[in-house]
Design a protein around this ligand. Structure first.
Ligand code: GLN
Length: 545
């Protein structure tokens, strides 16, 4: 029998519902249960692929090529289970499916309404492919009270009746703020948020209370009384030094015990949390420290580079070092050329240029790549970062000043160019300029073949790899000979095709650019080989200074 847990959020947004859901999943997994995490997104966009990273944070790409919310990244990192396109469901997706069905005549003349057609479609999406899973954890995006969230709340309310009380569980994540003027933790906002949920017919079973200090017996009693919850089901979720300590904290405060008790599973298992204990030990007691400069356009919002941030930390775990990340706005490096670059980058041990779109900030990123190349600082270019490494080499080593990307407008030397045709398995995929922007990039996992004497194959300990992609432009194979002459070698190519996937310099301690996004596959207990190798090279650099 599959059990379903629904996680809602109250009081304020950004309380970390994704990490809460992922942490609970990891605890249930540690008890031997098969878990699946799913995100329901009340926004109207079909997916976040076309959203500005400044507003929504990173777009996380699944193996099967869905562009999804960054919380799916937490799900994968905490459980090691790959998500799929069925694990991210938005209002936009539900409505477009329902409207397509209506156009086909599938509703046989019925008036199509929020209840039951939209709520049925949501329930179907929640239940899809869950038969062989022990526990499904479904996170509802947004905050209780948002108008877009209503059909989702109605659908999960109905599911409790459909599936039964003992097979469903409602967890409400909320904030208990501390008011310094009165020296008290305040429970009222949570009481109101639970009342809001109750008015929709949902009685939470567990309250997960975010707070910056311990919640006393009196507040707990009050919350239990006013919110109609057992006192032992009011669980504190204190701020944590590292997100990877959250599963241990939750276990200590009894979250997984209460969940199992509700489902009638408590006697069966006790969790083995030793991998989490070892990981937290590695993060909190590092042997040394390295500083990585990440030069990008969206550095003001760290969520825009969530997976890169986590992958760098994982690279640190692999090398037993603390990774200090210096987020550097590429535009700042554009003002006075290498003067600003030297000022901002001379203290770093490694430079990473992440993915991105559009011309703004690219001169700053190219200046940072030039600095890394000339000063022999380990360099890691990811997707856009790799394309810009190609332009940097052509412009500054080859003196082809016009070398550019067709993404930035017409150019006489399109060294990076729009890709209009590529293979996915045995099928030809085509893109026509002017086509929809949403969901039309080269997306998801593709195989790549590496040269055996490359930095990359040494890191992977393999020459055949598979990585996730999200891009529309491609290094133009017309200029590969010129690139070779300038010392930038293509050492990885797409299987069954010519598309360049990895570039490296042989005259440098570690200079690697990849067309794919390795950050989507890094896990804290299984750090990505390229991030581990990049941090190792940066550590060597640090010891040289
Ligand atoms: N803008 C580039 C492209 O579309 C790179 C995309 C990315 O970095 N994800 O090809």
């Amino acid at each position: 029998m599959t059990r379903f847990i629904f996680v809602t959020g109250g009081v304020v947004s950004s309380l970390g519902k994704g990490i809460a859901a992922a942490s609970l999943a990891s605890l249930l997994q540690a008890r031997g249960y098969k878990v699946l995490l799913r995100k329901l997104e009340p926004y109207i966009n079909v997916d976040p692929g076309t959203m500005n990273p400044f507003q929504h944070g990173e777009v996380f790409v699944t193996e099967d090529g869905a562009e999804t919310d960054l919380d799916l990244g937490h799900y994968e990192r905490f459980t090691g289970v790959n998500t799929t396109r069925f694990d991210a469901v938005s209002t936009g997706r539900i409505y477009s499916d329902v409207i397509a069905k209506e156009r086909r005549g599938d509703y046989l003349g019925a008036t199509v309404q929020v209840i039951p057609q939209i709520t049925d479609a949501i329930k179907e999406a929640i239940l899809k492919n869950t038969a062989d899973v022990d526990v499904v954890i479904c996170e509802i995006g947004g905050t209780v009270g948002d108008i877009e969230g209503l059909p989702f709340l109605e659908a999960i309310r109905q599911l409790r009746n459909d599936l039964g009380y003992r097979n469903t569980l409602f967890i409400h994540l909320t904030l208990i703020p501390y008011l310094p003027t009165v020296g008290e933790l305040k429970t009222k906002p949570t009481q109101h948020s639970v009342q809001e949920l109750q008015s929709k017919g949902i009685q939470p079973d567990i309250l997960l209370c975010r707070s910056d200090r311990s919640i006393g017996v009196e507040e707990r009693r009050k919350l239990a009384l006013f919110c109609n919850i057992k006192p032992e089901c009011v669980i504190e979720a204190l701020d944590s030094q590292t997100i990877y300590r959250v599963p241990l904290n939750y276990h200590q405060h009894g979250l997984d015990q209460e969940v199992c008790r509700h489902f009638g599973l408590e006697a069966e298992t006790s969790p083995d949390l030793s991998i989490w204990e070892r990981m937290v030990e590695a993060i909190t007691r590092p042997a040394a420290s390295v500083t990585i400069g990440v030069v990008g356009k969206y550095t003001a919002l760290v969520d825009a580079y969530k997976s890169i941030h986590e992958s760098l930390i994982h690279g640190g775990i692999a090398n037993h070092v603390h990774v200090q990340i210096d987020w550097i706005d590429a535009c700042e490096l554009e003002d006075d050329g290498q003067v600003a670059v030297i000022k901002r980058l001379s203290h770093v041990d490694g430079i990473l240029v992440p993915g991105g779109f559009g011309e703004r900030g690219t001169l700053g990123m190219i200046a940072a790549i030039q600095f890394a190349r000339e000063k022999k600082i380990p360099f890691f270019g990811i997707c856009f970062g790799m394309q810009l490494a190609v332009l940097e080499t052509l412009r500054n080593v080859g003196h082809y000043k016009d070398a550019s990307s067709s993404e930035f407008g017409p150019t006489s030397m399109p060294a990076v160019a729009l890709m209009t045709e590529w293979m996915k398995g045995e099928e030809v995929q085509k893109y026509f300029s002017g086509k929809d922007l949403g969901g039309t990039m080269r997306l998801g996992a593709y195989e790549c073949h590496l040269e055996s004497d490359s930095f990359s194959s040494k890191a992977y300990k393999n020459t055949i790899i598979s990585e996730r992609h999200r891009h529309r432009y491609e290094v133009n194979t017309t200029y590969l000979d010129v690139l070779e002459e300038c010392g930038l070698h293509v050492v990885g190519k797409m299987a069954k095709g010519l598309l360049p996937e990895v570039v490296e310099r042989k005259d440098h301690p570690w200079f690697v650019g990849v067309q794919f996004h390795p950050e989507f596959k890094s896990r804290p207990f299984n750090p990505h080989p390229l991030f581990a190798a990049f941090i190792e090279a940066s550590l060597t650099q640090n010891r040289l200074i």
